[in-house]
Design a protein. Structure first.
Length: 85
């Protein structure tokens, strides 16, 4: 949603996503980490950084052992497939 706001530079959005990712990791909140990673991965995908996006998202998605019917994990799976895997 941040990128849809007029006048939001991608660098600012990336910094916000990185901060959200760091906070989620500190709190060991895997679902929030997944969401932050998906947002950052989408940004990197738009910038042509598919390999970086996949390298970020794949291990977080791989951590999950259940809940694959949830919207977040389904969305992450689709994004990973778009990123080449």
């Amino acid at each position: 949603m941040l990128l849809r706001q007029p006048g939001t530079p991608q660098a600012d959005a990336e910094a916000c996503f990185q901060q959200a990712l760091a906070i989620a990791r500190r709190q060991q909140a895997k679902s929030l980490e997944l969401r932050a990673a998906m947002s950052l991965a989408r940004l990197w995908q738009q910038q042509g950084k598919q390999a970086d996006a996949r390298a970020l998202l794949a291990p977080i998605y791989g951590w999950f052992t259940e809940g694959f019917d949830t919207a977040d994990l389904q969305e992450a799976k689709v994004l990973l497939e778009e990123l080449g895997g």
